[in-house]
Design a binder for this molecule. Structure first.
Ligand code: G6P
Length: 369
């Protein structure tokens, strides 16, 4: 097992560090910025169906559901196709509106999640076209879907999903860009800019990983916190949800993720000097709004841990701790901003002597209801 961990203390840490490589693997043969092309067989063969679709429903569970939320923002923004995101377990039991003009995208690392599989069967019965985004080759979901695109994350052993999440977002962003190209919903220059920027992601993930020591110091300060709040806006709202999920899964600290502006409708009541608040503060769209959210937390003596873009000044001045990540277009930022949150939950869990790779009560793949 030590050999399989490749010199890391835990599979989770190894998998966090594998992300630059597995994202590159997920791009291979698909992302061709010099030619201005994205090539994915599962999309090319079914392009007409995507272009004619009334809407896309995405069904998933857990971390994969968070990737679906990121995809909703990206597909709607880039390709202007309406997207609905559903917990597979809810979708399957609520007589959803889905028909032959619709597409269901099912996202699953394992390809074996019972609820996601059931959602696929239901969508197929209603005549929808079903597309899978799976990691495990030949898994039940990969076989049950009409077409799909694999993530190339390789085996993920840690129960808390890390590299599967970032490669899911990678695939879904490629899909969004391919559809945008076909629909003409992005200008040629924006499309090309995003393709070029996608190519920089592995190096930027690598750079974000260099914050490890900084993150460890923050983990040492907050390891005994009973609660933690995670906030983000726009594309980084799902990142906040995923950060909170990671922390509760492996450290057993109660954590909640919220869209930052919703804080005033409830969570703000919880903020005092004992509450650490992790803010994902990208310095692009609505930056002034996130700055004012941070001010609201500070006014109530909350402890602010901010993930900021390199060169940020305003949030930095207000925060108790900052973690810098490289700058990238906001739509592509979730893959980068999620890295320090993975490391934060990892270090806190280790400091609390938790079983990082196999947290209590959780399973890597949930094949029963
Ligand atoms: C379990 C795992 C999670 C995972 C979820 C969905 O709860 O512990 O890490 O996100 O299932 O799994 P899937 O394989 O469908 O992505």
């Amino acid at each position: 097992e030590q050999i399989e961990k490749g010199g890391y203390d835990h599979f989770m840490l190894k998998e966090i560090h594998e992300q630059p490589d597995v994202i590159t693997d997920t791009f291979r043969g698909r992302l061709l910025p010099e030619q201005g092309i994205i090539r994915m067989a599962g999309i090319e063969d079914n392009l007409e169906k995507f272009l004619k679709a009334d809407k896309i429903t995405i069904a998933a569970c857990g971390t994969s559901w968070h990737a679906a939320l990121v995809a909703e923002y990206i597909i709607e923004e880039f390709a202007r196709i309406p997207v609905e995101v559903e917990y597979a377990s809810e979708f399957r039991y609520r007589n959803p509106i889905i028909s032959e003009n619709d597409i269901l995208i099912a996202i699953s690392q394992s390809g074996e999640t019972a609820d996601t599989l059931a959602a696929i069967k239901l969508a197929k019965e209603r005549g929808a076209f079903v597309f899978g985004v799976c990691n495990v080759v030949g898994s039940s979901i990969a076989r049950e879907t009409h077409a799909g695109a694999y993530t190339h994350a390789g085996p993920e052993i840690g129960v808390a999903s890390t590299k599967a999440f970032t490669t899911q977002i990678t695939v879904l962003t490629l899909i969004a860009l391919r559809l945008a190209k076909a629909k003409g919903t992005l200008s040629n220059s924006d499309y090309q800019m995003y393709l070029n920027e996608m190519g920089t992601i592995p190096a930027k993930v690598e750079e974000a990983l260099k914050q490890n020591e900084e993150v460890l110091k923050i983990a040492q300060v907050y390891k005994d916190a009973p609660n933690c709040l995670y906030l983000g806006r726009g594309y980084n709202y799902p990142v906040a949800l995923e950060g909170a999920l990671k922390l509760k899964e492996i450290s057993y600290i109660h954590a909640e993720g919220y869209p930052a502006a919703e804080m005033k409708h409830g969570p703000i009541a919880l903020i005092d000097e004992h509450m650490p608040v992790v803010v994902v503060a990208q310095n692009q769209n609505h930056y002034d709004k996130i700055v004012s959210n941070v001010q609201e937390i500070k006014a109530r003596n909350g402890k602010i841990i901010a993930v900021v873009t390199k060169g940020d000044t305003q949030v930095r001045d207000l925060a108790d701790h900052v973690i810098e990540v490289p700058s990238i277009s906001e739509a592509l930022s979730p893959i980068i901003t999620t890295i320090p949150l993975q490391l934060l939950s990892y270090h806190i869990a280790v400091l609390r002597n938790c079983n990082v790779d196999q947290p209590r009560n959780l399973a890597k793949s949930v094949t029963v209801e």
